[in-house]
Structure formats: structure tokens, C-alpha cells
Write a protein that binds this ligand. Structure first.
Ligand SMILES: O=C(O)CCC(=O)C(=O)O
Length: 258
């Protein structure tokens, strides 16, 4: 496990193969299709935290011991997940994610946070996998002025970084199979291409923090996944949701959420 930390510190990212089993990855993909069918006005690249934070399957998934054990290597024993986001790219017209740095976009004090990106389907060069620029985690957190608005309606974030920060010869494509995860640093510059393939590319990006990090956004509960809240800040935590067949996707183990 310390090898994970070593690579993460040197390169700004690390891959963990088979972090969860194929059945859970499959259920995660089904969750996206379930949500998409119920929210036809929302692009599947934008199934965001507010839609997920009261969902029992999401609580089951983000608290999975196998994921939280990985996160603990980077953040220590008191852990919350403050932002979940399915970036699910449909076949042939899945949107790209322009080059960006995560940490400069977030209301965290301090910006101590680690992202787990879970592959629910294969994620490949052909279908628009996550790509990173190793080493860029050593740059500073970019200010608002250093970001460039790019709101053409055709990309997921509407913002990007200056092209001078991108050296294309350094790009590493993080190709994953269902159940693999990549872990990335909040300062590393990363993005992804559009999905022009015939299949879905479904990823779930999960932002974990030590509970000592303050989430400075109102009405934005996090999910406590291990250890204890920190008395030094007023983070809000979502309660454990009850599974309701009228409102939630059925999932393996749902009886534990009655
Ligand atoms: O899923 C993608 O293509 C991009 C993900 C990303 O930017 C992130 O997880 O921070």
C-alpha cells in the first residue's frame, strides 16, 4: 500500500486495479441508467452530488470498505465524501472535460482532498478516459484569474487552464476496466476527450476529505464514511437514508438500508 502513496506523491495519480468487484461496478452503471431514465432533462455527464447524497445505493458505495481503505492511506482515519459526480458519457456524443485543476474550483479549507475515480464500464482512449499530466500536482492552486471560461455548452465544466500549462507529450491516459479506480491529487491538471465510440463510458468521481477540512458551502451535506466529525468545523453530514422502492434503485444489500 505504501507504493500507492509513493506513486501518488511522485506523479499525482495512481491506479488501483480491481478495487471493487465487477458486480458492484455493474450496479454502479445500472444506477446511472436508472437516474438518467428518471431525469431526462439532465445530461448523464452531470449527475451531481445533490441528486446522490440522499440515495442509499450511493451511501453504500462511497462507504465501501475497499474504497475507504484506499482513501485512508492518503487522508488518515477520519474521512468524509463531500462531492460525488457521475460523469457518464453516452455513446457517440459524450462530452469532453477540458484540462483543469480540481482544487481551485472547490470551497474547501484547506484544500486537503483526494479523488477516487471509479470505472463502472471500461474507460479507454476510444471512449474518452481520464487523462492526466503527471508532475503538474506540484504547481500552485490556480486563482480564478488563471482559469479561462470555456462555456460552449459542449463540455462538462465550462472552464479550463491556459494552454501554456499543457505539454501534450506528457499526457498519460488512465485506461481502466470496470471495478478499477484511479486516485488523483487536487492540483494535477487533467481532463478527458469526448466519447465518440459506440459504447457508454461511465465513471463516478468521488471527492474524499479528512473531516478536519471544512466544506464552505451552505446546504451541501457530506457523507461521513469512517471515524468521527471534527469539532473544529461545522460541516454538515447527511443522515443514513432509508431504502424506499418507490424512490430508489434496488441494489444488492438494500435490506440493510430499511
Ligand atoms: O470523468 C472525466 O472524464 C473527468 C473527471 C475529472 O475531471 C475528475 O474526476 O476530476
Amino acid at each position: 500500500m505504501s507504493d500507492l502513496r509513493k506513486q501518488y506523491d511522485e506523479k499525482g495519480y495512481v491506479i488501483v486495479r480491481n478495487a471493487v468487484d465487477a458486480d458492484l461496478a455493474q450496479e454502479t452503471a445500472e444506477h446511472v441508467h436508472w437516474l438518467t431514465a428518471r431525469n431526462p432533462g439532465v445530461r448523464p455527464e452531470r449527475l451531481m452530488h445533490d441528486m446522490l447524497v440522499t440515495d442509499p445505493f450511493m451511501h453504500r458505495l462511497v462507504g465501501d470498505e475497499r474504497l475507504v481503505d484506499i482513501v485512508e492511506i492518503f487522508l488518515g482515519p477520519n474521512i468524509a465524501m463531500w462531492a460525488a459526480h457521475y460523469i457518464a458519457k453516452p455513446p457517440r456524443h459524450g462530452q469532453k472535460v477540458l484540462w483543469h485543476q480540481d482544487g481551485c474550483l472547490w470551497p474547501l479549507e484547506p484544500v486537503e482532498v483526494t479523488t477516487i475515480w471509479l470505472a463502472a464500464t471500461a474507460s479507454t482512449r476510444e471512449n474518452g478516459c481520464l487523462r492526466v499530466l503527471p508532475g503538474t500536482q506540484d504547481i500552485h492552486l490556480l486563482s480564478r484569474k488563471e482559469q479561462i471560461a470555456a462555456d460552449d455548452g459542449n463540455n462538462v465544466l465550462g472552464t479550463t487552464v491556459h494552454p501554456s500549462l499543457i505539454d501534450e507529450s506528457d499526457i498519460v491516459d488512465l485506461e481502466l476496466q470496470p471495478g478499477d479506480v484511479s486516485v488523483h491529487n487536487p492540483r494535477i491538471i487533467h481532463g478527458s476527450e469526448a466519447n465518440t465510440s459506440d459504447g457508454w463510458r461511465i465513471g463516478l468521481t468521488l471527492r474524499y476529505i479528512p473531516t478536519s477540512t471544512r466544506v464552505n458551502r451552505e446546504n451541501h451535506p457530506a457523507i461521513l464514511v469512517r471515524g468521527a466529525p471534527d469539532a473544529g468545523n461545522s460541516n454538515e453530514y447527511a443522515g443514513r437514508p432509508k431504502y424506499d422502492p418507490a424512490r430508489h434503485m434496488p441494489f444488492s444489500g438494500k435490506e440493510d438500508w430499511d
